[in-house]
Design a protein around this ligand. Structure first.
Ligand code: HEC
Ligand code: HEC
Ligand code: HEC
Length: 172
């Protein structure tokens, strides 16, 4: 394993500690340390587990596979608030090849544009021309580029192979 990959794995381990807070559990509202368990209104709140356990499950993050939940029709979030907003879904994939010894990254537009607008990413995060955005893993690990969402609101960075999904032949 190269020194580069070892360094990235070490960083991910350190960051992993903070994403653990999310993992598993689905604490009831009386024990989540966010709500006051003595507050009488607490009985009116739904426990997260009651809602989330009915959705397609995942082994990481908040334990829900949100892409499957949306594509399988388990949830049907409102796409726009203002009627004039144009919803744009793009079904193309971009192969990102600057991954050193790691498998290449396949970036899928569809699962992103089902949730997001083009302007959430273009042109300030990524240029809309393949191979021009200069992304690297250190930026991602420090919360930039893909890391603005992954590890925060989308699946965590410990899941290397969900992004690095296209094997390359070993050249030595
Ligand atoms: C959210 C998606 C995502 C995840 C998760 C992810 N990577 Fe990456 N990785 C990328 C992208 C995008 C690039 C840059 C590719 C490009 O620009 O062509 C990259 C680049 C790299 C590179 C190339 C050198 C560098 O520093 O940029 C290495 C090595 C790497 N990742 C290792 C890992 C390891 C190890 C993990 C898991 C601990 C991981 N990655 C998880 C998206 C991801
Ligand atoms: C979650 C972030 C994100 C969203 C949202 C997004 N893109 Fe992209 N887009 C990317 C990334 C990453 C690349 C690859 C950039 C690179 O390789 O340097 C890309 C590349 C592109 C490209 C060039 C590659 C190709 O397939 O021709 C076009 C065109 C593009 N996007 C258009 C759009 C449009 C139109 C929308 C809205 C319908 C959109 N994108 C939404 C992240 C996003
Ligand atoms: C603006 C927020 C945002 C950015 C930036 C972003 N993503 Fe995502 N991504 C999401 C969301 C939201 C989902 C769907 C929820 C989930 O899977 O956790 C997702 C899902 C994915 C999936 C899973 C698709 C599936 O079918 O399960 C992959 C792969 C992925 N992203 C890769 C990337 C890569 C690579 C980058 C950077 C080049 C990136 N994303 C940048 C928000 C983002």
């Amino acid at each position: 394993m190269s020194a580069r990959i070892s360094k990235i794995l070490l960083l991910v381990l350190m960051l992993g500690a903070s994403s653990m807070i999310w993992a598993g559990k689905w604490s009831p509202v009386t024990a989540d340390e966010l709500h006051d368990p003595a507050e009488p209104g607490i009985k009116l709140l739904q426990n997260p587990g009651e809602a989330l356990s009915k959705l397609p499950s995942d082994s990481v993050g908040n334990q829900v596979d949100w892409v499957k939940a949306l594509e399988g029709g388990y949830i049907n979030p409102r796409t726009n608030v203002l009627p004039e907003t144009k919803v744009r879904v793009l079904d193309t994939e971009v192969l990102m090849k600057r991954t050193g010894e790691m498998p290449m990254v396949k970036f899928p537009h569809k699962p992103h544009t089902l949730w997001l607008d083009c302007s959430n990413c273009h042109e300030h995060l990524f240029k809309s021309k393949a191979g021009t955005s200069n992304v690297n893993m250190m930026q991602i690990l420090t919360g930039e580029k893909c890391g603005l969402c992954h590890g925060a609101v989308a699946f965590p960075l410990t899941e290397c192979t969900r992004c690095h999904s296209v094997p390359r032949e070993k050249i030595r």
